[in-house]
Design a protein around this ligand. Structure first.
Ligand code: AMP
Length: 420
């Protein structure tokens, strides 16, 4: 062990478990790639103001959890706490929305940083795969994103998740609701911090997890009853499209989520095997965000799914992904001449597209075969001086234990045939 440990709230991804993380990222991205979303990558840090404006000054994410710092040059930056603001910033900066092909559909995958109190499923460095569809107001687009997330989770073999769905209204109906909610909340017995929240962002009070607060919230006015006709019709269409697609969801009139920018469709994917950090992903429509960060009106919708929590959900459901062995062929040379010949063969096998590894460090037969076993390889090729004198290598099937001599010149083709 070295003197150093991974910082608090972080952990390292190491083989073999890291293969599951990669597979989860891939599985979430696959339906997006298949649906017209192009890959976008933005810097790990941005001007702090982007998040202050884009995510919201009243949110915990910006207020308490952001890693912000001043550079030597005097720039005020922050490690990105989420993806949407950065992706929208990048799309606007490159004028992607002016190319005449709306919506601009983008997907991303990367690390995010929040200075949170660490616990299982809640880390200071975590990983998300996300998608944004920028510049179109169409309930089918909202439905598409929810369907694709559902498909991603199902393709991983997950089933114990639920989709919570709500509409947060728009700039017509939300202010009316906001005022009614504020009236209601001001009559409750709440602490100082929460009372302040009533003024800044009353909807977030609905999200308070404390029992004594939740008890008082029974009977609170619900946005559902304040939606304007346009929002109601929009939401109804999203619901119908999901139902037609066979996606099961639950209406959750109290779902508000922790970011300020959401309008209309809001959703969260929760997994019932995860305890208190049960949200595996979430998203929604953010029609006002572009203007909030100085862009034109661009109604948009997106989501981000947490890779860390999706892996925990797989564990909770006891799902083991069917991952191909990292190595298919393991070469075990006995002696100097064999080392030279087999090393060349391994290079050839790899070029032919077969995953192969080699026994390094001059191990004896026993230790080398142990390494071959541990690699998970289906076949070992073993060769000593005598084999080479006869122009053969020994091909060992690691499953059956059977061994046969194969001509050195034919080994690549034989392996390709067997593994093809
Ligand atoms: P949010 O941007 O808060 O809606 O987060 C979207 C998803 O990212 C959540 O549903 C989680 O799966 C994941 N996530 C957010 N914060 C964390 C964290 N601190 N640790 C691990 N995963 C997180």
């Amino acid at each position: 062990m070295s003197t150093f440990k991974a910082p608090k709230g972080t952990y390292d991804l190491l083989p073999p478990d890291s293969a599951t993380y990669l597979a989860v990222r891939e599985a979430i991205a696959a339906p997006l790639r298949n649906s017209g979303y192009g890959y976008v990558e933005t810097p790990g840090f941005e001007n702090v103001e982007l998040f202050a404006r884009g995510v919201g000054e009243s949110t915990d994410i910006v207020n308490k959890e952001m890693y912000s710092f001043t550079t030597r040059g005097g720039d005020q930056l922050a490690l990105r706490p989420e993806g949407t603001a950065s992706v929208l910033r990048a799309a606007l900066e490159a004028n992607l929305h002016k190319a005449g092909n709306l919506p601009v559909k983008l997907w991303y995958s990367g690390s995010y940083y929040r200075y949170e109190r660490p616990q299982k499923g809640r880390y200071r460095h975590f990983s998300q795969v996300g998608a944004e569809a920028i510049g179109a107001e169409d309930p089918a687009l909202d439905a598409e994103l929810i369907i694709l997330a559902d498909q991603a989770y199902r393709s991983l073999g997950l089933s114990q998740f639920r989709i919570l769905l709500n509409s947060l209204g728009d700039k017509e109906c939300r202010p009316v609701y906001r005022a009614a909610l504020q009236d209601f909340l001001r009559g409750l017995d709440l602490d100082e911090d929460t009372r302040r929240r009533i003024d800044i962002n009353p909807l977030r009070v609905l999200d308070d997890k404390r029992d004594d607060v939740q008890k008082q919230l029974v009977g609170a006015p619900l946005l559902r009853d304040y939606l304007c006709d346009a929002c109601k019709a929009y939401h109804e269409q999203v619901r119908e499209l999901l139902t037609a697609a066979g996606v099961v969801y639950e209406d959750d009139p109290k779902l508000v989520r922790g970011l300020d920018y959401y309008t209309r469709t809001t959703f969260e994917f929760v997994h019932d095997g995860l305890g208190s950090q049960s949200a595996v992903g979430g998203g929604g429509r953010y029609d006002g965000l572009s203007e909030m960060i100085g862009g034109p009106a661009l109604p948009s919708v997106g989501w981000a799914l947490g890779v860390d929590r999706t892996v925990l959900a797989l564990q909770a459901e006891g799902v083991a992904l069917d991952l191909p062995a990292a190595t298919s062929v393991f070469a075990v040379p006995l002696g100097e001449e064999a080392r030279r010949v087999l090393f060349a063969k391994v290079t050839e096998v790899r070029k032919a597209g077969v995953a192969a590894d080699f026994s390094y460090g001059g191990k004896g037969l026993k230790a080398a075969m142990k390494a071959a076993n541990r690699s998970g390889a289906r076949f070992a090729i073993v060769a000593g001086e005598r084999d080479l004198a006869e122009g053969v290598v020994q091909l060992k099937d690691m499953e059956s234990g059977e061994q046969e001599a194969v001509a050195v010149d034919e080994i690549v083709a034989v392996l390709q045939g067997k593994l093809g």
